[in-house]
Every structure is written in structure tokens, then in C-alpha cells.
Design a protein around this ligand. Structure first.
Ligand code: GUN
Length: 279
């Protein structure tokens, strides 16, 4: 078994982004908008800001109280849409229950939609001509590239169907010619599907959902889960036992997580270049 080292690959990508910004004297700015004070979101935002600053990206944050109305949030987004000094907008999810996430996200101008979550950008992803690929799927593709993993003709299962991870991951892997099965909480024969898969991507948020009896010898396992169990962070895969069977596997932490942030930096620069008409 070989570890897919997301920490290492993400460092290389972050350095590349930093260099591109420096050499070209780009001045990209990311605006993060957060509503409420979800503790996990606060941690994510803080690591996004730190990574931006290190790479030479200005990171601004607007924190809004939990009881902000949807109209007030939309007004903030529209102001940022029209602000020429803001090139990328990220509305941290999840939003409070009184908001319609889809409606809020679709307020973001597609060219500033750094998460690739607007209907326009998700639609382009389906059509295979995406300009902004959501950060986690993009990070997973970068891991496949870094380890020369060719998806052509491979049987792959993507477990989880969120707009942020599962669905776009299945689409980008399909684009790379994998044969995709999308599995989710209502899937009946998950074990059988996994045993038939050369690649398993799990993005559900359930510790030990994927156990060794579900994994074919030599399979590649990508664990997107981030679960707090007592004082430690674990993924969705029973890493100890599955790693004995897999040919390659991402650890948690240190696998997909750091790649999501590296892809965010790439996407901020992508948004900047789209707005400045830089090819
Ligand atoms: N919440 C957890 N991960 C993400 C992410 O990548 N983007 C946004 N907008 N919210 C998140």
C-alpha cells in the first residue's frame, strides 16, 4: 500500500500559485462570507485565510449574525459582485436553516463563484466545459495527476451526492473516462458495488462506513470524510484495515483536506484571470 500524500501535493500546488501571483504581479482578492458561528466553519475559514495570505491572495471576511435575513445576505453578495476589488466570493456552507442555500448561491456572479456552486457553473460542469471546478473534486483530480493514476475504463464508485463534493466528483471522473457508479444513503448493495470498484471515493461523513470486507485487493481509496471522534479526526474509511488491501489510499488528516484548500487558491487565481481577461 502507498499513501497518497495530500499534504505534500498541496504544498507543491500552493507554491505554484504563489509563484504565478508573484511573477505576474497579480492582486487577487477572495471575500469569504459567513453567517452564524458554526465552530467547524470557523476553523475552515481560518485555514483558508492563512493559506491565501501565504500565497499572496488578499482574504477579506464578512461575518454576519445567525439571525441575518436572506435579503440582507443577498445584498452583501450583490455589493461584492459589483466590487471590482473582489475577484472571488465564497459563501461558507452550511447556511442557517431559514435560508434557501440554492437561491443565495445563485446570487453570486458565476465568474466570481470560486466554489463552482452556482447553477451556471454546475451546469457547465455537466456539459464538460467547466471554468471553475469545485475545490474538493479539483483537489481529487490533482491527486490522481500527481500519482499518475489514469481513470480510463476504471470502475469507480462515488459515495455521497452533495453538490459540493459527490456530484461534481462523479462528473469530473466521468470526464476522465471512468465508469461511474453514484451511491448514496438509499443505495441497496453498497458492499457489492464497492467490491466491483477499482476506485472508491467516499464523501459521506460516517466513520468506518468503508470496511475491509468492502474493498477489492489493489483498489484505490479516496477518503473525503472529516469526522471528529473523541479528540481525533478520522475519515469515512476504516483506514487501518483497508490500507492493508488498497494499492493507494488517502489518509485523514493529510489526504483530500489540504488539497481542497490548494484548489481554492487555484480557483481564486482562475476567477481573477477570468475577470481580467487573462488567458
Ligand atoms: N463548507 C465546507 N466546505 C466548504 C467549501 O469548500 N466551500 C463552502 N462554501 N462551504 C464549505
Amino acid at each position: 500500500m502507498y499513501i497518497i500524500d495530500g499534504k505534500e501535493v498541496s504544498k507543491t500546488i500552493k507554491n505554484k500559485v504563489k509563484e504565478e501571483i508573484m511573477v505576474n504581479n497579480y492582486k487577487p482578492c477572495l471575500l469569504v462570507i459567513m453567517v452564524g458561528n458554526n465552530p467547524a466553519s470557523l476553523v475552515y475559514i481560518s485555514s483558508k485565510e492563512k493559506a491565501c495570505n501565504k500565497a499572496g491572495i488578499e482574504a477579506r471576511t464578512i461575518m454576519l449574525p445567525e439571525n441575518t435575513s436572506q435579503k440582507e445576505l443577498i445584498d452583501v453578495i450583490e455589493k461584492a459582485n459589483n466590487d471590482k476589488t473582489v475577484h472571488a466570493i465564497l459563501v461558507q456552507l452550511p447556511l442557517p436553516n431559514h435560508m434557501d442555500t440554492k437561491e443565495v448561491i445563485d446570487t453570486i456572479k458565476p465568474e466570481k463563484d470560486v466554489d463552482g456552486l452556482t447553477s451556471t457553473n454546475q451546469g457547465k460542469l455537466v456539459l464538460g466545459n467547466a471554468s471553475i471546478i469545485p475545490c474538493t473534486p479539483k483537489g481529487i483530480l490533482s491527486l490522481f495527476d500527481a500519482y499518475n493514476i489514469d481513470l480510463t475504463g476504471k470502475n469507480a464508485v462515488v459515495i455521497g451526492r452533495s453538490s459540493l463534493v459527490g456530484k461534481p466528483t462523479a462528473l469530473v471522473m466521468l470526464q476522465r473516462n471512468a465508469t461511474i457508479t453514484m451511491a448514496h444513503s438509499k443505495t441497496k448493495n453498497l458492499k457489492e458495488i464497492c467490491l466491483n470498484s477499482d476506485i472508491i471515493v467516499c464523501a459521506v461523513g460516517k466513520p468506518k462506513l468503508i470496511t475491509a470486507d468492502m474493498v477489492k485487493e489493489g483498489a484505490i481509496v479516496i477518503d473525503v470524510g472529516i469526522n471528529r471522534v473523541y479528540d481525533t479526526i478520522v475519515g469515512d474509511v476504516d483506514y487501518y484495515n483497508v490500507s492493508k488491501l488498497a494499492s493507494r489510499i488517502t489518509p485523514v488528516p493529510g489526504g483530500v483536506g489540504p488539497m481542497t484548500i490548494a484548489s481554492l487558491l487555484e480557483n481564486v487565481v482562475e476567477c481573477y484571470k477570468i475577470q481580467k481577461n487573462i488567458k
